[in-house]
Write a protein that binds this ligand. Structure first.
Ligand code: SF4
Length: 384
């Protein structure tokens, strides 16, 4: 059964993800659903996206968050973002408290363009700087230089914007000194949020073969761990609380949209590759622009949805909550264990406690801060 024929209304509160699939260049380490923009594609994309927003399930509750991800959403003009948000507010209640984030690349993000986005309704920016070290930026060949990063940061500060900085660990040739210099400079701009990603070159990324052949060397696990621990300590000293494996924020500046994913709350997505979770249903749009457009044109051929079984949903919820440093309350865990004895949650927890991968506080089970890099082992314990 396709979505359109079965689901149009919910009373759940939602977040909305909008995927913008274009990039100015294709970064060699990236395997996201994105491509260079071809002539004429943009208008077709925008028209199709707006049609999809009209057709998505509606909610009686205001949207808690809207998130423009990609790709490079900041390739869109402020008027285009404004146009999309107009369509969103014609179809959903958007309150003054809704978080409306947009991922942006530094190139071209000057004060007047930024003001355009703010005027359109964006109230949070996630800036993909990756590094503030010239050699590392050159290595990544993302097309933006240190000066552009700095210009974008200065514009964000001048406009007093609530913003996240993306930083990357494990860039080829990165070392402790270059990373810490970059981090210190980044923190001097006082972003409200920092996301730190470990570079991982997946199979679809152009670098994959070169890494396999040893022609490009990403940082080894030991260096990666060292950088990560140093980063945790620097961010803590600068007043940033770590609330997720890769997310740090000043108090009260956590990303509401991403928290929604980790708390297993509902969200819907539009655009190529966008996924949706409307408990117990999930579905994902086709990744390529062409397939997504075809699917939107003929909604009856739309993405199939799957119904997550109750047991799988419980395991997934626990796994996601352990991404959060607060973990899961002992009471919630006990209730889930009582409701689903077949999942043997008690034995799973026993193993993790014995290995020291989970610690208990008075109220919670959680991954110790010092073991966050080993969290994959915890997640594996909850695979269905
Ligand atoms: S890393 Fe970001 S900017 Fe680079 S190709 Fe991927 S989505 Fe585009």
């Amino acid at each position: 059964m396709t979505l359109v024929s079965s689901l149009s209304w919910t009373d759940k509160d939602l977040g909305l993800y909008l995927h913008i699939p274009f990039c100015r260049i294709r970064c060699a380490y990236c395997d996201f659903a994105t491509d260079l923009e071809k002539s004429g594609e943009r208008q077709l994309f925008l028209d199709t996206l707006k049609e999809e927003i009209k057709r998505l399930p509606k909610s009686s509750q205001p949207l808690q968050s809207v998130y423009f991800g990609g790709g490079t959403p900041s390739l869109l003009e402020p008027e285009e973002i404004s146009d999309i948000l107009r369509m969103v507010s014609q179809n959903y209640k958007v309150s003054q408290y809704s978080e409306i984030s947009m991922e942006a690349n530094p190139e071209g993000l000057n004060e007047s363009r930024l003001q355009g986005y703010l005027d359109s309704g964006i109230n949070r920016i996630s800036l993909g700087i990756q590094s503030l070290n010239p050699q590392e930026l050159k290595m990544l060949a993302r097309g933006h230089l240190l000066e552009e990063n700095i210009r974008a940061l200065e514009a964000l500060n001048k406009k007093n914007v609530n913003y996240n900085l993306d930083l990357m660990l494990g860039i080829p040739k990165q070392n402790e000194t270059s990373f810490l210099e970059s981090l210190t400079l980044a923190l001097s701009y006082k972003p409200s949020h920092v996301s730190a990603y470990l570079l991982s070159v997946e199979e679809d990324a152009p670098w994959f073969k070169l890494v396999q052949e040893g022609k490009i060397q990403v940082a080894d696990e030991n260096l990666m761990a060292e950088l990560y621990i140093q980063m945790q300590s620097h961010l803590k000293n600068a007043g940033y609380g770590q609330y997720e494996v890769s997310a740090f924020s000043l108090p009260g500046k956590e990303c509401l949209h991403n928290l929604r994913y980790w708390k297993h709350q509902n969200w819907i997505g539009a655009g190529p590759s966008a996924a949706s979770w409307l408990s117990p249903l999930r579905w994902q749009n086709p990744k390529s622009l062409v397939d997504w457009i075809r699917c939107q044109k003929f909604p009856d051929t739309g993405p199939e949805y799957t119904t997550l079984s109750q047991s799988d949903s419980v395991l997934e919820k626990i796994m996601l909550q352990f991404r959060l440093l607060e973990g899961i309350t002992i009471q919630d865990y006990t209730n889930l264990n009582n409701a689903h004895p077949e999942l043997e949650l008690g034995s799973r927890m026993h193993r993790l406690l014995q290995l020291g991968l989970i610690e208990t506080t008075q109220t919670h089970y959680r991954i110790p801060v010092s073991s966050v890099l080993l969290s994959n082992r915890v997640f594996q314990e909850y695979l269905p």
